[in-house]
Design a protein around this ligand. Sequence first.
Ligand SMILES: C[S@@+](CC[C@H](N)C(=O)[O-])C[C@H]1O[C@@H](n2cnc3c(N)ncnc32)[C@H](O)[C@@H]1O
Length: 342
Amino acid sequence: MAHRTLNTIEAVAEASRIGTCLRLDTLVKIAPKFWPAWGICLDPSDPAVRKASVDGYKVEWLDAGPEANATVAEGAKRAGMGDANKLMNEAMAKMVAGCFTPKQPLVVIDLGCGPGGSSLALHTRVGSGRRRLSILVDPSSKALEKAASEMRSAGWSVSTHKMLTEDWLTRDEGPVELKHTNVVLMGASLHHMDVDFVLGALRKHLRSGALIAVADWCHPMLRSPGHFRVLAETLDRMVEPGILARFDENFPTTEEERAAVMQETRLDKAALLSMAGPGGFWVCHALECREKGIKPMFSPYEGHRPVGVWLDEFRQNGFGDIYTESVTPNNSLHTVFLLEQP
Ligand SMILES: C[S@@+](CC[C@H](N)C(=O)[O-])C[C@H]1O[C@@H](n2cnc3c(N)ncnc32)[C@H](O)[C@@H]1O
């Protein structure tokens, strides 16, 4: 990677007193902290930045309520994908429900429950002839209240935890609830978390045989500065003139670097632009936010791992057999993964 890019990034890291031993991808994730319009994400595997990451998420998410999520959904609709979150939650619920007999009691923990889409979709699938407990965790109080009230109306016993999953899991023996749980849902939320920490804690404390359902963004392309720049280029042209200049100032990349990135993913620029272009999700989301005066959730690095990277992370954390299904068109949004606690 170009030396000056590293210099820029190291300067950013030093300025933040986070440390200078950072890899480029970490840097790119940290930079948004100093450039708020681009969202925020730190490298979860880097212990030196973990604390900063959690604090960053607090800042980002404590104020992000259902309207921000709804705007993502509107962007997806506008891009012609239908309601991508709904598709994702329905697919996840169908897969999970198929793993239980009709009378089996369900204790479900929904981590990053938001306004409750994942839990409610599961409720619709599993019916009411059994004992049902819903444990909801999310830092957004507005979203949490909505989720809790809808689950109660649907007949579930509910407990709520207004906090980050990482904080909820940070107890010596792990939350006692994990010993009784048979389903953990993470609908479009794991990518916001410290992935290794959360998977490690679940692996350690969750009861054997429990099912973990993860539905998440699996963007095959937006992985490096080259990708990000192509996206910035498109957004500059279509949505917010000036984004590209800010990007180049902070992350100068050469034509060779961008070409190398394209080669690395074995996808060409045309393929990327078809996703970032006029009918692409990112542009539609940006337009939606501009019309509503809401800050867009642009964070193309934020957990948009390719499916293979997610699978590696699950395996590295001790989860072996993993069922995987892509549930939105063009590989552009969600894939559902089912993991079983050994
Ligand atoms: C895209 S929404 C998905 C909500 C819900 N699962 C659904 O499918 O409707 C992501 C949610 O994750 C929450 N979130 C972000 N970081 C989190 C963290 N570290 N721990 C718990 N929740 C988090 C946000 O507040 C937001 O409600």
